[in-house]
Design a protein around this ligand. Structure first.
Ligand code: ZN
Length: 305
């Protein structure tokens, strides 16, 4: 019900008012969900027969980005440069029919050890309004998955129906989270590990890879944090429990150094800070891969169905 009204009303509600309402809701939820956010202790339970990460690493560390708008696409290079400088790789998920996705950027990413994924179709919040809509959009999404050489998908706004996702020609989906009561569809999957979504009606199964660090939008835009304390705290907890730290950062909200201040932005130095923190505090202890590489590991280790 909430989902329908939230998205149904979106076009007539100005952006500033949407944000104000979400901030208000976030403040209430912060109080009512203190036990499960940012850390839900129950989510630390490892999968059955878990043997640990390859090479005896303590935890997994994965970087992903959703590029929601053309502005975000224009800023990708700043994040890529930073990641390369510090020795990280990441996946970038683009929205195929909302802005013109740059072929040059896609190629640059894949040629430099990064990954390209698909982020919905046009980001209008309606993909899951009916099975018929999803079905027709899935055909188009599959075309982009094929054309871009992608194997992964993430739903806009984390709206999702894992059973319907079998229609996509994917090896993994990343539209879930361990805990995030601030999302429009707020139910978390309650684990800081990937898990296998078995095949259904003859359609192939896929690996589900939840994000496990709070989204940048939630921390820096909704909650207006001026530091990365929550990111560090959650990362330390995941590292101690031996799970998977997966970040979702939007280039759209990142302000590169030297850029004039804009609305709904935070400094790129916050992102630099968390990357440097991982690199220096946990040197040699993290299993850093692309989501697509996590699929191979999961299939090799855990694909029992
Ligand atoms: Zn998005």
């Amino acid at each position: 019900m909430f989902l329908k009204s939230y998205y149904g009303m979106k076009p007539i509600i100005p952006r500033w008012l949407q944000i104000a309402v979400r901030r208000l809701r976030a403040r209430v939820k912060l109080r009512t969900h203190a036990e499960v956010w940012p850390i839900d202790e129950k989510a630390a339970m490892p999968p059955r027969d878990w043997n640990g990460w390859p090479g005896g690493k303590k935890f997994a560390f994965i970087l992903t980005h959703d590029v929601d708008t053309a502005k975000g696409q224009d800023r990708c290079r700043h994040l890529i440069d930073l990641e390369r400088e510090l020795g990280f790789t990441a996946s970038y998920n683009f929205v195929p029919e909302r802005y013109k996705v740059s072929e040059a950027l896609r190629n640059y990413l894949t040629e430099n050890g990064f990954e390209v994924g698909v982020h919905g179709l046009n980001h209008d919040g309606k993909d899951y309004n009916s099975r018929a809509i999803f079905h027709s959009r899935a055909q188009k999404i599959n075309r982009y998955i094929r054309d871009w050489g992608s194997v992964g998908f993430r739903s806009p706004s984390m709206l999702r129906n894992l059973a319907w996702l079998h229609e996509l020609d994917i090896q993994y989906d990343s539209s879930t989270f361990d805990t995030d009561p601030f999302e429009p569809q707020p139910d978390g999957v309650g684990t800081i590990y990937p898990f296998w979504v078995p095949s259904e009606n003859g359609k192939a199964g896929y690996v589900e890879i939840p994000y496990t660090l709070p989204q940048d939008f939630t921390l820096f835009i909704l909650m207006r944090h001026k530091n990365i304390d929550v990111w560090k705290r959650k990362l330390d907890w995941i590292a101690a429990r031996g799970g998977m730290a997966l970040m979702l950062v939007h280039p759209d909200y990142v302000r590169p150094n030297g850029f004039p201040p804009g609305k709904e932005e935070y400094e790129i130095d916050y992102y630099r800070e968390i990357l440097e923190y991982v690199k220096h505090e946990y040197e040699g202890q993290y299993y850093h891969v692309l989501p697509r590489e996590m699929v191979s590991l999961w299939k090799a280790e855990h694909l029992t169905s």
